[in-house]
Design a protein around this ligand. Structure first.
Ligand SMILES: Nc1ncnc2c1ncn2[C@@H]1O[C@H](COP(=O)(O)OP(=O)(O)OP(=O)(O)O)[C@@H](O)[C@H]1O
Ligand SMILES: [Mg+2]
Length: 525
């Protein structure tokens, strides 16, 4: 006879087995009614269990579904912002809670596409095959899941990579007045990733649709669009859409950090990918959020912005990350853009975002109009963490460049009207003028880090000092062309060593001198 002993353990096991097999989800959905609607805001009655930020489903009279976000949770009503066709919703329409927050599609299928902040395609190229959905609000990983920034994120822009180096996983603010070349820096940085293992996301907030179309066309022309996702909430889109656009872009980027090439979760064996995300620009997102908040009758704070706009931006930028090796080592580098008014960096939104990011690239109108483009103010631009990620060859030649140029700028202002200057001062002025000129760079012509290092080496070794300032940019271009045509071996050696050895320095100096005889000849001919 078979006797089964019933022990406490066997009962426990049996229960556990049954519980594991049990898959039941309790869905609680509440239904409420719209009591008032206007300005893209709906006041809803009867949703006692709604959560802040929850997605609400509105059903219009003609059966049309419009989504909204629960924002104000008050004692007897909920204030919600509408994300879709506002006109379809009227008083007394039904509203349901969904238990979810807004999610956007994500995956490889998004690459090369232009989507709205809900992830729907707006480029007329047909539906998107997404691999899954990701929530627009996502808690950023904690410190133990991360590691310090260590790999460079090359922008291909000499002034940035040499003096304000950016590392993968860093947050570097691009700040400046209107029309100072802010977007140009970000777009050039994206173009420079076309041959790198970096996926790019460009989030356009509150820009004209024609400007966004121009950027997409530029990225296509330079072969960078097939690895890029453009998320567009244009100036004609509603404030709530402009408000969630950066978060939606971050969610689409997070897919690539947290999953490997095979679509499975990233880990030590399955590396996560690298993402570069541009938020162009967060000033407009803050304005959209202010508009939403004021129509929801939240109390205005400094400059009429709601007090939690700081929290909005810090939550977003905390999502830029460099993951530890156990977590796949993926990264998301964020380049938020902020527009200032008349150079005022001490306004509310600029100070907020400056304090949240790891440094800023400050672009200045007067430099821009003097022809110094990119119009980087070297004195107050800084990258607080990127130095540890900078390529050694670059660090060796450009280590003191930023401070040298800053002191040159001061000296220049100071000696503008003086005549008899001592030799050392004169030399410093000569060098400073040429190094400043050397940093000029047109759009869409990213330079490799080795080319950049060679150009700065030539300048810092004094090979430009006897040239007229107006010849410096031409000299740089022709020198690099010469190096690639006649001394590719030397460029390859620098790239292989990744640093300047005494041998390479000696050979490089000889090569530059050889080129220079030829250059001077053609200049005087
Ligand atoms: N390095 C450069 N060389 C030459 N022209 C440039 C350079 N950078 C930007 N520009 C030009 O300057 C103009 C303004 O650039 P951009 O649109 O990037 O500025 P912005 O600061 O983003 O402007 P907005 O405030 O309107 O967004 C554009 O016509 C652009 O082509
Ligand atoms: Mg711009």
């Amino acid at each position: 006879m078979l006797v089964t002993e019933i022990t406490a353990q066997s009962i426990d096991e049996a229960l556990r087995k049954q519980l594991d097999a049990l898959s039941m989800s309790v869905e609680s959905r509440e239904v409420g009614t719209v009591i008032q609607v206007g300005d893209g805001i709906a006041r809803v009655d009867g949703l006692r269990g709604a959560m802040a930020g929850e997605l609400l489903e509105f059903t219009g009279a003609n059966g049309k579904t419009v989504y909204g976000l629960a924002q104000n949770l008050e004692e007897d009503e909920v204030g919600a912002v509408l994300l879709g066709d506002v006109t379809a919703i009227k008083e007394n329409d039904q509203v349901r809670t969904t238990g979810r927050i807004v999610e956007v599609p994500s995956g490889k299928g998004m690459l090369g596409r232009v989507v709205n902040p809900l992830g729907q395609p707006i480029d007329g190229k047909g539906p998107i095959q997404a691999e899954g959905m990701r929530p627009v609000e996502f808690k950023a990983p904690g410190v133990h899941a991360r590691k310090p920034v260590e790999e460079p994120m090359q922008t291909g822009i000499l002034a940035v990579d040499s003096m304000i180096p950016i590392g993968r996983g860093q947050r570097e603010l691009i700040i400046g007045d209107r029309q100072t070349g802010k977007s140009a820096i970000a777009v050039d940085a994206i173009i420079n990733q076309r041959n790198e293992d970096v996926i790019c996301i460009y989030v356009a907030i509150g820009q004209k649709a024609s400007t966004v179309a121009g950027i997409v066309e530029t990225l296509e022309r330079h072969g960078a669009m097939d690895k890029t996702i453009v998320v567009a909430a244009t100036a004609s889109d509603s404030a709530p859409l402009q408000y969630i656009a950066p978060m939606a872009g971050a969610a689409m980027g997070e897919y690539f950090i947290y999953t490997g090439e095979d679509g499975k979760p990233a880990g030590p064996e399955n590396p996560g990918r690298h993402v570069l995300i541009v938020y162009d620009d967060l000033s407009k997102q803050a304005v959209a959020y202010r508009q939403m908040s004021l129509t929801l009758r939240r109390p205005p704070g400094r400059e009429a912005y709601p007090g939690d706009v700081f929290y909005l931006h810090s939550r977003l930028l905390e999502r830029a990350v460099k993951m530890s090796d156990e977590n796949g080592g993926g990264s998301m580098t964020a380049l938020p853009i902020i527009e200032t008014q008349a150079g005022d960096v001490s306004a509310y939104i600029p100070t907020n975002v400056i304090s949240i990011t790891d440094g800023q690239i400050y672009l200045q109108t007067d430099l821009f109009y003097q022809g110094q483009r990119p119009a980087v103010n070297v004195g107050i631009s800084v990258s607080r963490v990127g130095g540890s990620a900078q390529v050694k060859a670059m660090k060796q030649v450009a280590g003191s460049l930023r401070l040298d140029l800053a002191s040159y700028n001061e000296l220049q202002a100071f000696t503008q009207f003086g005549s008899d200057l001592d030799k050392a001062t004169q030399d410093q002025l000569t060098r400073g003028a040429r190094m400043t000129e050397l940093l000029k760079q047109g759009r869409y012509v990213p330079m490799s880090v080795w080319d950049q290092a060679i150009a700065i080496y030539a300048g810092s070794q004094g090979y430009l000092d006897d040239l007229p300032v107006s010849d410096v940019v031409r000299f740089r271009g022709e020198l690099l062309a010469y190096m690639h045509a006649s001394r590719q071996d030397l460029v390859d050696r620098l790239a292989a060593e990744k640093k300047w050895t005494d041998d390479i320095k000696a050979d490089m100096s000889a090569a530059i001198e050889a080129f220079k005889t030829q250059f001077s000849a053609s200049a005087t001919a």
